[in-house]
Write a protein that binds this ligand. Structure first.
Ligand SMILES: [Ca+2]
Length: 281
């Protein structure tokens, strides 16, 4: 009896998903093309998967790792299907301090580095480490200097080559903060050639830090920062419009070694999360 009801329930959910995906694809029919890049694929998440994937994204070449505000999810990069979740990843000690929001993610060497903050007070910015295989909390977290993160820590990006992790202020950041990867102590800052506003997430590729920004215009550009010089350039303009909210991004190497930049955004009217994959022109 219950088995039959469960099958009917799952079929109803599957049907609602199909209808929502159809509505979303109709909504997005008229979007202009990006400038400076081409869209090569798009994965959409609705219903429960939306909540699992609406903040952060990173990858290890085989799996995507997502964060919702209070969740972690893991998806196969070939199918995009989320198959593993952790619904209570925030350590109790940090929850007791008011930490209530997991933001951007960055993967390195079996570990997911997650930015955690305590909005709206923003007194306790943390980087928390999770096991990429299981999504379990590893027991390790590091509090960052609050004076460098006065509006929280919305994202972080691991630089494997230099063994550091980058963060920045949310509003009109003038510098990147640079932390040693082993114990997250501050090792310096990188002055930016131009301030960057409303950064939502980033990831390294070679010497370039790609940054997703929720600009208050229709462009929603992705910026490229040369971490050797601090020079800021527009990588491409996404042209998705103000109705979308840009979130984190992740990057992987295509078969020819060129970067594929995968940007998360919340679709118009919050019906779907989109992971859009771009190749630079
Ligand atoms: Ca990321």
């Amino acid at each position: 009896m219950y088995g039959k009801l469960y099958v009917i329930f799952k079929r109803c959910i599957a049907l609602i998903s199909v209808i929502m995906l159809l509505i979303v694809s109709m909504d997005e029919r008229g979007l202009p093309d990006p400038d400076g890049a081409k869209i090569i694929a798009k994965q959409r998440y609705v219903l429960e998967d939306y909540y699992m994937s609406n903040q952060g994204v990173t990858n290890d070449g085989e799996y995507y790792y997502f964060s919702g505000k209070k969740n972690l999810g893991k998806a196969d990069m070939k199918t995009g299907e989320i198959f593993c979740i952790n619904t209570s990843p925030i350590p109790k000690a940090l929850a007791d301090l008011g930490c209530n929001h997991i933001g951007g993610l960055s993967y390195f060497n079996g570990i997911i580095y997650a930015a955690l903050e305590d909005g709206p007070d923003y007194q306790h910015p943390f980087i928390v480490l999770y096991d990429a295989q299981t999504l379990a909390f590893t027991g390790a977290y590091f509090e960052l200097p609050q004076e460098l993160h006065t509006e929280g820590v919305p994202w972080c990006a691991v630089d494997e080559e230099r063994q550091v992790l980058y963060t920045a202020e949310w509003s009109n950041a003038a510098v990147l903060n640079v932390f040693a990867l082993d114990d997250l102590h501050l090792v310096g800052t990188i002055p930016l050639s131009a301030p960057i506003d409303r950064m939502q997430g980033g990831e390294m590729f070679g010497d370039t830090l790609y940054l997703s920004c929720d600009e208050e215009n229709d462009l929603k550009r992705v910026f490229a920062v040369n971490v050797l010089t601090g020079e800021v350039q527009t990588a491409f303009a996404r042209n998705i419009g103000k109705a979308f909210e840009a979130e984190d991004l992740t990057v992987y190497a295509d078969t020819d070694g060129k970067p594929v930049i995968c940007v998360l955004d919340r679709g118009a009217r919050r019906k779907s999360m989109n992971l859009t994959k771009y190749r630079l022109d």
